[in-house]
Design a protein around this ligand. Structure first.
Ligand code: PEP
Length: 249
């Protein structure tokens, strides 16, 4: 059985006091669920969030990290710094990191290696741009992203990976891939992994969908057999919306 996951990427939102308020609301309202629930506040609030959620079932993840052990990388955060405050999950390769900060799959392969080597779970994001979907190249784009960033990994490393398929055209736009489009791509991703590794690796990795998931569309998207949950942006910033999405899984 694959782990079902609902993860909230808070991006560059919420001050410390706002973080505390949202975490209190989430902790109070979180339902009993078989799913793993994750929140990813901004770096500066991670330690406080981890502390706040100590006795909660909600996990905390970072939104990014550097691949290097330590050193002269001004403004960056290392895996050991995250581990030291009790975090062992990190989102890597979000489309905003790719488009606004120039991260490519070669760099992301190094970040994934570091996360895996440090015993962390990497939530690896990928997905095609609008023009790539319109031109019918979305399958080959996604296949290349997986190949370049992940297919060098040993089979056992896949136990520390969660995939998040996020078509860029659906992120923060209000435009959602239809449940059938999500299922079609998730099935393709699983087939691609099965060909590169084997069906056990493909069937055991959780593949989340991300892109304008809301309380109103979550249940239908999550009902698809190859969709194992969601990576949620905007709707994770409101407790009631995020909790409604958790309830939809
Ligand atoms: C995201 O940023 O990962 C995301 C899916 O955002 P939104 O839900 O706002 O589209």
């Amino acid at each position: 059985m694959r782990t079902q996951i609902v993860a909230g990427n808070w991006k560059m939102n919420k001050t410390l006091s706002e973080t505390e308020v949202l975490l209190s609301e989430l902790s109070a309202k979180i339902p009993d669920t078989h799913a793993q629930v994750i929140v990813a506040p901004t770096f500066i609030n991670l330690a406080a969030a981890q502390n706040h959620l100590q006795s909660s079932t909600i996990h905390v993840a970072a939104q990014n990290m550097h691949f290097a052990e330590n050193g002269a990388y001004t403004g960056e955060i290392s895996a050991d710094m995250l581990l030291d405050i009790g975090l062992d999950m990190v989102i890597l390769g979000h489309s905003e990191r790719r488009s606004l900060f120039g991260e490519d799959d070669a760099l992301l392969a190094k970040k994934v290696d570091t996360a895996i080597g440090k015993g962390m779970t990497a939530i690896f994001c990928f997905g095609e741009e609008l023009d790539e979907r319109k031109s019918g190249n979305h399958f080959s784009v996604v296949e290349n992203q997986l190949k370049q960033a992940l297919f060098h990994l040993e089979e056992k490393a896949w136990g520390q990976l969660v995939l998040a398929y996020e078509p860029v055209w659906a992120i923060g736009t209000g435009e959602t891939a239809s449940p059938d489009q999500a299922q079609e791509m998730h099935a393709f991703i699983r087939k691609t992994i099965a060909e590169a590794y084997n069906s056990s690796v493909a069937n055991n990795v959780s593949i989340l969908y991300g892109g304008s998931v809301k309380p109103g569309n979550a249940a239908e998207i999550f009902s698809k057999p190859d969709v194992d949950g969601g990576l949620i942006g905007g709707a994770s910033l409101k407790a009631d919306d995020f909790i409604a999405i958790v309830k939809a899984i």
